[in-house]
Design a binder for this molecule. Sequence first.
Ligand code: NAP
Length: 250
Amino acid sequence: MNGRVAVVSGAARGIGAAVATRLAADGLAIGVLDLDAAACTSTVDAITAAGGQAIALGADVADEAAVQAAVQQLADAFGGPTVVVNNAGITRDNLLFKMSVADWDAVLGVHLRGAFLLTRAAQAYMVEQKWGRVVNLSSTSALGNRGQVNYSAAKAGMQGFTKTLALELGRFGVTANAVAPGFIATDMTEQTADRLGVPFDDFKAAAASQIPVGRVGEPADIANAVSFFVGEAAGFVSGQVLYVAGGPKD
Ligand code: NAP
């Protein structure tokens, strides 16, 4: 993968940081994008310390001008990105009757509008080079999850977005696939435990007891799946949703 350039959103921590680090180890130069460029320092430092190439990009993925500027900054540094990993995400959980319009809009904005803007900003480079990879982070919540009408709608939307990208961009050598994680131990799931008033270790143990492989996922489990979709060997795999959840999902 040497010479390829990737942008990974939400890569300051959690799954995004693991994906960025893994793709750098695969030989790609990485735009480590997150809301605050300073927050990307640890991911960038880990990549460069291991001999890889990375720069920090500060942008809100829901902000069209900021996304455009970040992609331009990456193109100026390493070349135009032909790999996009739409990973930035937030949760604003509540039951439907208590959910505010702001919480609905915020979640749809980061996941769907964000994935649209970042992919659109990078697609010209992919079409020009007749090669590209888009990997979108969906979730098992796409199948429905109590308290997450906003998030499950966004994550189901990511799957439709992925399949349509696969149809539109395939003839330019571009594949688009989605990874749908189950429970992964990150700040996001820790915040959910906090909100429910459950110690994170107990929360993880309860989740693990329901997962066929008997453990919760780690960010590296997702990075492995993303690495597969980005790799040359996956060039005939497109429009797929891969559940990475320690067991089967429908
Ligand atoms: P995380 O630890 O909360 O990290 C998410 C990252 O996205 C943070 O660095 C966050 O920045 C960044 N971000 C949030 N809003 C952004 C925006 N508007 N623009 C740019 N960056 C933004 O979450 P995670 O658990 O690693 O999740 C990563 C992805 O996997 C998400 O799409 C999530 O929905 C999905 N996923 C996670 C799980 C799980 O169990 N953890 C399961 C299924 C799917 P700040 O720190 O500044 O907020």
